[in-house]
Design a binder for this molecule. Structure first.
Ligand SMILES: Cc1cc2nc3c(=O)[nH]c(=O)nc-3n(C[C@H](O)[C@H](O)[C@H](O)COP(=O)(O)OP(=O)(O)OC[C@H]3O[C@@H](n4cnc5c(N)ncnc54)[C@H](O)[C@@H]3O)c2cc1C
Length: 383
């Protein structure tokens, strides 16, 4: 179907929502993004965008061949927690390079590209309901305003308010994992520009450079049951972070010593949605398939979704057929990637003899192990 002049509403101005809005508008649709936040600002945090996400950013012309704002990955050093001993050096995927982005920078690139294309981005616009009419969908905002369009795309994140309209109420499951994140100034003496994954019993720490190696992104994950707040913006206590990782030696100890501000949140598990669409309303990104961060694929999947969605519109004769095609194409891929991330949570936190065994395997076949996930990175939604 031709998208020229057709109206779409997108709920959520995150990575998935802005990418979908941009893709639709580039094909002639008239798109309004409704974002609850008063401004598109992000607290400091990094994102790894692997080749499967980068192809979509390039196809949408958000970035060029040499991607603006991204820091090229040089692979990952896997370390043991005690003294930071290097166990293995994983090279990047053969599918193409990964880039590290400050989340605020990637969001800004998408936002600016959407505005240039003519997308209307309405901030402070919280959606509370979406209704399905015979040939339209209607969004109701918290302030009572109503907005009709041909189709609504709900990209309102892992704690989606719109998902229950299609799937009913669901109870998320606490994973007994808690994540800390921080950014610190990069000190050249600290480490090579490679990312680092330091694994200890029940805990791991990931670090990588951001913004032309001026900042270091730090994510520390621990198994614990006494913190169950899912909010993304809750400040944590840097001293408590250091105490909880006090037995980590080597570079991690020096890195944590420099943390002056940190955020903490609990990781919850929600399954891939049973129902993604109803012919007028479709879920996209984390709203459809929330994932644990252990494959660093949530944003990449949301970008893939956006491209497959517009491809489905182009190929199908009507909105309902397009949304059905979109769900059929995306569900198996998203389910597989989400499962891989869940499995990694266990691999990173092994204890005792299992941990030693895994370390020996990594030493012996580290480079081959990196290829295990090529199926994720070599996927090209734009092909
Ligand atoms: C620690 C951590 C590290 C990660 N690292 C990576 C990584 O390296 N690589 C990667 O690919 N992914 C990573 N992810 C995952 C990635 O951040 C998410 O998968 C991605 O942001 C999902 O995009 P989204 O657009 O679906 O949702 P979000 O980015 O969550 O955006 C949703 C938007 O909807 C808005 N909203 C919510 N409700 C409403 C409403 N009712 N009305 C209007 N607006 C609303 C929100 O304000 C928000 O702006 C990581 C996640 C975590 C937690």
């Amino acid at each position: 179907m031709k998208l020229d002049g057709r109206k779409f509403s997108v709920v959520g101005g995150g990575i998935g929502g802005l990418a979908a809005a941009l893709a639709l508008q580039q094909r002639g649709a008239i798109v309004t993004v409704l974002e609850q936040a008063p401004e598109l600002a992000e607290v400091g945090a990094g994102l790894q965008i692997s080749a499967n996400g980068m192809v979509v950013l390039r196809a949408l012309k958000v970035v060029g061949v040499v991607p603006e704002g991204g820091q090229l990955s040089h692979g990952t050093m896997v370390r043991d927690y005690r003294k930071g001993r290097i166990i293995s050096q994983l090279s990047g995927p053969t599918a193409g390079p990964t880039y590290y982005y400050h989340r605020a920078d990637l969001l800004n690139l998408l936002h600016q590209a959407a505005l240039r294309a003519g997308v209307e981005v309405r901030l402070g616009a919280r959606v509370k309901q979406v209704l399905k009419h015979p040939s339209e969908a209607e969004v109701i905002l918290e302030n009572g305003e109503r907005l009709r369009s041909e189709c609504v795309i709900a990209a309102d994140g892992g704690r989606s308010q719109i998902r229950p309209i299609l799937n009913g109420a669901e109870t998320p499951k606490f994973t007994h994992q808690v994540a800390w994140r921080a950014t610190i100034p990069w000190s050249q003496s600290q480490l090579s520009p490679r990312a680092s994954l330091t694994m200890g019993p029940g805990r791991h720490v990931v670090t990588y450079p951001l913004r032309d190696q001026t900042l270091m992104n730090v994510v520390a994950i621990e198994e614990r049951s006494d913190w169950q707040n899912e909010g993304w913006r809750l400040p944590g206590d840097p001293d408590e972070l250091r105490t909880r990782f006090a037995d980590f030696g080597g570079p991690v100890r020096d890195i944590l010593a420099e943390v002056s501000e940190t955020h903490i949140w609990a990781l919850f598990l929600r399954p891939v949605a049973q129902t993604w669409q109803n012919g007028r309303l479709a879920l996209l990104g984390d709203a459809a398939h929330p994932t644990l961060p252990f494959m660093a694929q949530g944003a990449c999947l949301a970008l893939e979704d956006a491209w497959v969605l517009i491809r489905s519109f182009e190929e199908q004769s009507g909105v309902a057929q397009a949304l059905e095609a979109y769900e059929t194409r995306r569900r198996p891929r998203a389910t597989q990637v989400v499962a891989a991330a869940g499995a990694n949570a266990r691999n990173f936190h092994l204890r005792g003899p299992m941990r030693l065994g895994a370390q020996m395997a990594l030493m012996a076949i580290g480079s081959r192990l990196a290829r295990k996930y090529e199926w994720i990175y070599s996927y090209d939604a734009t092909a």
